[in-house]
Design a protein around this ligand. Sequence first.
Ligand code: IPM
Ligand code: MN
Length: 360
Amino acid sequence: MARSYNIAVLPGDGTGPEVVTEGLKVLKAAASKEKLTLNFTSFDFGGERFMKTGEVLPVNAIDELKKFDAIYLGAIGHPDVKPGILEKGILLKLRFELDQYINLRPVRLYPGVECPIKNKGPKEIDYCCIRENSGGMYTGMGGLSRPGTKDETAVQNMVYTHAQVERCLRYAFEYARTHGKKARGVGPENKLALVGKSNVLTFMYELWNRVFAEIGKEYPDVTREYYHVDATCLYMIASPEMFDVIVTENMFGDIITDLAAITQGGLGIAAGGNLNPEGVSMFEPIGGTAPMWTGKNAINPLAAICAGSMMLEVLGEKKAADRVEQGIMKVIEKDMKSMEAGKMGLSTTQVGDRVAEYVS
Ligand code: IPM
Ligand code: MN
């Protein structure tokens, strides 16, 4: 029997719908080649809907989305809506309510993509960031007291439970074992680097480091390393080849993955997966809504297409995922001048058409 998956599609705001259209084009082409059935159901969550209805997410949205095998997301955010409302009310809410506790962000420079770091190429920029996606400062715990006075006090807490740390690190060790450089045949060992700030956030990293060492004993085949987050930024530019799999808490992960993205060619190509390994996962280009490019048919859809490939892989469809990735590599090699919006030498639609053609 043909394998079949139900996918919820959230095109969202700005250029989200444009890149999602191209992503779906490619996913359909891959599905037809690999004899999969993908059923897509679209939802209009985002800024336009909020401005029309005053509702950020319908009450039954989470229950509805839980029925799907995966979620394919464009981008959330609207220039006419106060920052935070849609991001917190949609993107973060979905991450939290669906308990997508891993944010997986591969950092891979494809051949032919210009790298802003001198003397570094695809061989050097080939690692992965695992960002904890359910805790830290993102939980919104804290408050503001005595607003408007000189004693006004703002608190935003960084919060982690042992269980949150443990499940994240366990996922990271498994990932390093199965997707590390040795496992992929491109290096002598599988390495997992914990990134933190143990010299200042002493309570937090007492916990993370202890659990890291404890779980690490179950993974003798994974070499353990620790780096401070500031030094990590430096190494990501000076010697990215030293990294294999990185695991870090939510806010540090948010920051370092934008830095990582620019080393792999920018937001036009960087994708991420919000994973609940036991539930419903959500896949997205990490570039945001890019409002100035909306409607111009000039935004790079490759990040969304990469997110589609990642979705196929997580669904267990590795062959279809590889097929899409090959298509991405081919369009970069043969057709595209740049990864930057407006400078690609092709329109958004043309990039999608070419990849779909290569995939078929
Ligand atoms: C990301 C984004 C989000 C985050 C924003 C939009 C809330 O920057 O996915 O990295 O901070 O996680
Ligand atoms: Mn971010």
